[in-house]
Design a protein around this ligand. Structure first.
Ligand SMILES: [Zn+2]
Length: 301
């Protein structure tokens, strides 16, 4: 039976399913099943590049409908919001933006031009502009881009990156927590490469299936000990999970050469700075064992 003809319910969601394969090589035959949930959703690992993907998954059209009906972001923080209060509070969102900017400053000078693909509510852009970068963002969600423009006052448009044609190129493109949602991540990375100056950089963060917590949960699922399904994958929102190899394969397929992989411990994102925290932060960073990987990739050619 062709699964694409049937509408299915998955928890609170409903839509049409499709079979998927690794977007870096397109060979479904080259993947091993890691785990299949009782609802029929399977999680596979590509034999070529080690990328993990969900199959079947919702079709892109079905997932777009799901995005429109669900609230993705808690907007309560923007009631009575001010930049000064946010900065003073040093919450996780603020410390994470600072961490991203410290990374970018290792590669790009003050005043460089940045594009944020999947800018969300614009918090990164706000902090990047304070740091002296020229910046703008793209965010397909009308709700989130409205917060960015109207509450934070940062330039964010709802245009898709494929249709974005500015009269200038960028020194850096940030794409945080976006690639795992995309049905054509190679196409989007290729478009990012086209929008970069020669030698420009892409800064990406994606889920890491080799992270300590993620890989432990996967193991417990496979052993039948963890019975709540494969929730740590974040299906249906996430259709992929990566490791250094698979993220590198994706970048190279888009003419981008990875120059750095690291991962950020939750202690780092919480702004912990004691001696014990600093040791853990360094180990997690070097071994890439948190549940997200950060990659810097340079435009080649
Ligand atoms: Zn692959």
């Amino acid at each position: 039976m062709d699964i694409s003809e049937k509408r299915v319910k998955f928890g609170a969601f409903e839509g049409t399913l499709e079979e998927a394969s690794c977007p870096a090589d397109g060979k479904n035959a080259g993947a091993d099943l890691v785990f299949r949930c009782r609802d029929g959703i399977g999680y596979y690992r590509c034999r070529d590049c080690n990328l993990m993907f969900a199959s079947p998954r919702f079709t892109e059209e079905s997932l777009m409908n799901i995005y429109e009906t669900e609230a993705f972001a808690d907007l309560r923080m923007f009631e009575d919001w001010s930049y000064e209060k946010w900065k003073e509070g040093r919450d996780r969102a603020y410390v994470t933006q600072r961490q991203k900017l410290e990374l970018i400053r290792r590669y790009l000078p003050e005043g460089a031009r940045l594009l944020d693909v999947g800018a969300g509510m614009g918090l990164f852009l706000l902090e990047a502009r304070k740091e002296g970068f020229k910046c703008e963002g793209l965010e397909p969600s009308a709700m989130l881009s409205k917060v960015a423009s109207e509450v934070l006052g940062v330039p964010v448009s709802t245009v898709e990156v494929e249709d974005f044609n500015p009269p200038y190129k960028f020194d850096g493109i940030v794409i945080w927590d976006v690639l795992e949602h995309l049905y054509d991540p190679v196409g989007v990375l290729k478009r990012c490469a086209e929008l970069l100056e020669p030698g420009g950089y892409v800064f990406a963060q994606v889920p890491n299936h080799r992270g300590l917590s993620n890989s432990t949960k996967t193991m417990l699922c496979r052993m039948g000990i963890k019975r709540s399904g494969f929730k740590h994958f974040w299906f249906p929102w996430h259709v992929y999970s990566f490791d250094r190899g698979s993220l590198g394969a994706l970048a190279r397929a888009a003419s981008l050469e990875p120059v750095l992989f690291e991962s950020w411990s939750h202690l780092l994102k919480e702004g912990r700075s004691g001696p014990f925290s600093r040791t853990v932060i360094d180990v997690v960073k070097k071994l890439c064992i948190s549940d997200y990987i950060v990659c810097v990739a340079r435009k080649t050619g």
